[in-house]
Ligand binder design. Structure first.
Ligand code: ATP
Ligand code: MG
Length: 275
C-alpha cells in the first residue's frame, strides 16, 4: 500500500448510534484570542482517537471541554447526545501536568478513584487488589508510602497513569501522558495501554506530539492546525488490534508516518509564525 491509499479522509461527522462524543461546530476564545475554530468530529464507542498538532494550538482546551472543565463559546460538545455539563467519573482524565494529588501518598493516589462513593460497590479487598495491580504494573510498589514531590517526573507520570487506569473509567482522556518517560518505559506503557484496551472495551482520546505513538495506539489520528485549532485531516489507521512492535517497521506504517509528519510539520511552521 502506498502513502496515498493508506490515508482515508473523513470529512463528515457520522450519524450512527455508537457515537459517544460529538464536537459540533465548537469554537472557543480567551479574550481576543481564538483558540478553537468551528471544530466538528465524532468519537465512536471503542475508538482510540489521537490529536496531534503544534504546541499552543488548542489541544488541551479541546480535551478540557470534553472533560467538562471549560465550556465552548459556541457549538456543543455532546457526550452520548447530551451537552457536557461538567466533569464525571465516566471520564478519567490524565492531565498534562501529571494530575496527582500532592497531599496523598503513591498508594492513596492510586486508590483515590476507587474509594469514591461511586465505586464503593466494589468490595474493599478487590479495591486493594486493583491498587496493588496498578502499583506493580507501574513499578511503584516500593514507593507506596512516598509523596509525589519525592518522585521523579517519570514516576509521577506513571502514578497518574496508575490512578487513571485503576479507576477504570469508560472513557480515557490523556494529555501527553507519556511525555516525561524514557524511551523504554514509554514503549512498555504503549504495550500496557494496548493490553488494557484489549481487555476492557474503552474509548480513548489521546493528545501527543509523537506521530509514531499516535499511529501505533490509535484507530484514528486527527491533525490539528496552528491556532486556532481546526481539523486539517482525520485519518483512519488501517491496522487492526492487537498490534505489536513489528508494525512499526512495516511499509504501511512508514508511509503513514511520512504523510502525517509532513502534515504536522506544516502546522508547526504556521504556529511558529504566530509568535
Ligand atoms: N485559561 C486560559 N486563559 C487564557 N488563555 C488560555 C487559557 N488556556 C489556554 N489558553 C491559551 O490558549 C491557547 C491554546 O492552549 P492549549 O493549552 O489548549 O494548547 P495545546 O495545544 O494543548 O499546547 P501544548 O501542546 O503546548 O500543550 C494558548 O495560546 C494558551 O495560551
Ligand atoms: Mg496541551
Amino acid at each position: 500500500m502506498n502513502g496515498e491509499s493508506a490515508v482515508r479522509m473523513q470529512n463528515e461527522t457520522g450519524t450512527d448510534h455508537e457515537v459517544k462524543v460529538r464536537f459540533q461546530n465548537v469554537s472557543k476564545h480567551y479574550g481576543d484570542v481564538e483558540v478553537v475554530h468551528d471544530v466538528s468530529f465524532d468519537i465512536r464507542e471503542g475508538d482510540f482517537v489521537s490529536l496531534v498538532g503544534p504546541s499552543g494550538c488548542g489541544k488541551t482546551t479541546m480535551m478540557n471541554m470534553l472533560a467538562g472543565f471549560v465550556k465552548p463559546n459556541s457549538g456543543e460538545v455532546l457526550l452520548e447526545g447530551k451537552p457536557v455539563e461538567g466533569p464525571g467519573p465516566d471520564r478519567g482524565v490524565m492531565f498534562q501536568e501529571y494530575g496527582v494529588f500532592p497531599w496523598l501518598t503513591v498508594e492513596k493516589n492510586i486508590r483515590f478513584g476507587l474509594d469514591l462513593a461511586i465505586k464503593r460497590h466494589i468490595p474493599k479487598a478487590e479495591r486493594r487488589q486493583i491498587t496493588e495491580k496498578y502499583m506493580s504494573l507501574m513499578r511503584l510498589s516500593d514507593f507506596r508510602h512516598a509523596w509525589p514531590k519525592n518522585l521523579s517526573g517519570g514516576m509521577r507520570q506513571r502514578l497518574a497513569l496508575a490512578r487513571a487506569y485503576a479507576a477504570n473509567p469508560h472513557f480515557l482522556l490523556m494529555d501527553e501522558p507519556f511525555g516525561a518517560l524514557d524511551a523504554q518505559t514509554r514503549s512498555d506503557m504503549h504495550e500496557l495501554l494496548h493490553q488494557i484496551l484489549q481487555a476492557e472495551r474503552k474509548t480513548a482520546l489521546l493528545i501527543t506530539h509523537s506521530v509514531d505513538e499516535a499511529i501505533y495506539l490509535s484507530s484514528r489520528v486527527i491533525v490539528i492546525s496552528a491556532r486556532p485549532s481546526r481539523i486539517v485531516e482525520s485519518i483512519d489507521i488501517p491496522f487492526g488490534f492487537p498490534r505489536d512492535k513489528s508494525l512499526l517497521d512495516s511499509r504501511e506504517f512508514i508511509d503513514l508516518r511520512i504523510h502525517l509528519r509532513e502534515q504536522v510539520m506544516k502546522q508547526y511552521a504556521e504556529q511558529q509564525a504566530l509568535r
